[in-house]
Design a protein around this ligand. Structure first.
Ligand code: PEP
Length: 245
């Protein structure tokens, strides 16, 4: 098994700075044993695709709308993203849920559209600090899995466990905390789905996290914006996987 290492750029990098990043990263990761995906802003997808087409660096979208086309001002469809070069899509990131009010029903519609259209979905789930502190982490995870995956075959879905209290805060879940929830998710789904951890992953903690047996990779926000830190996370992930395989 290879680690799956993804960078979520959020609202960072322009088409030109993103392209420059990809031009530098592609030769560095050429013969590495990892699946590597970058999720740039929509407008940077074509320029990244131009330099990554046919290479081992894959591109994804941070979101999309579930309808095929029509009067949905400001939205973008799965087909449009695929044509622009996206192979993956993040669905239900906590920032979409909490800042933009995305419901579990909407997340589910997006998952169905992704699977039907051939965009590989990365479903984000995770608990808030108050839910963890009151012992409701597993209930929340169960709820988000049931609601998000209702009517969807999990075969093609990647799950990203991202405790909200660890996103962009510098507070990472300990490898044991993350492993416990990853184990729970994989038992609950009763299938060997890929499960990524996300939440303040950095070069310094990536190795320990990825040595855990149920952590299949990482979804990285802030530390994916600079090429050296993203590259170090990739190398640390590969090292961890070589040791645990
Ligand atoms: C994310 O937004 O998916 C994320 C994990 O961010 P960060 O690594 O910055 O906590």
């Amino acid at each position: 098994m290879r680690p799956f290492i993804a960078g979520n750029w959020k609202m960072n990098h322009t088409p030109s700075s993103g392209k420059k990043f990809a031009e530098e990263l592609v030769p560095r990761i050429k013969s590495l044993g990892a699946d590597i995906v970058i999720f740039p802003p929509f407008v940077a997808i074509p320029s990244l695709y131009e330099v990554t087409k046919g290479t081992s660096l894959k591109i994804g979208a941070q979101d999309f709308y579930w309808e095929e086309k029509g009067a949905f001002t400001g939205e973008i469809s799965a087909e449009m993203l695929k044509e622009a070069g996206a192979e993956y899509a993040i669905i239900g990131h906590s920032e979409r849920r909490n800042i933009f009010g995305e419901s579990d029903e909407l997340v589910n519609l997006k998952l169905k559209t992704a699977v039907d259209s051939g965009l590989k979905p990365v479903l984000c789930i995770g608990e808030k600090l108050a839910e963890r502190e009151s012992g409701r982490t597993k209930d929340k995870i169960k709820f988000q899995l049931d609601a998000g995956l209702s009517g969807v075959s999990t075969e093609k879905v990647i799950i990203a466990y991202e405790p909200i209290w660890a996103i962009g805060t510098g507070k990472t879940a300990t490898p044991q905390q993350a492993e416990e929830i990853h184990c729970f998710i994989s038992e609950y789904l009763d299938e060997r789905v890929k499960i990524l951890y996300g939440g303040s992953v950095k070069p310094a903690n990536a190795y320990q996290l990825m040595t855990q047996s149920h952590i299949d990779g990482v979804l990285v926000g802030g530390a994916s914006l600079k090429i050296d830190s993203f590259y170090d996370i990739i190398r640390n992930g590969i090292k961890a996987f070589e040791e645990k395989n």
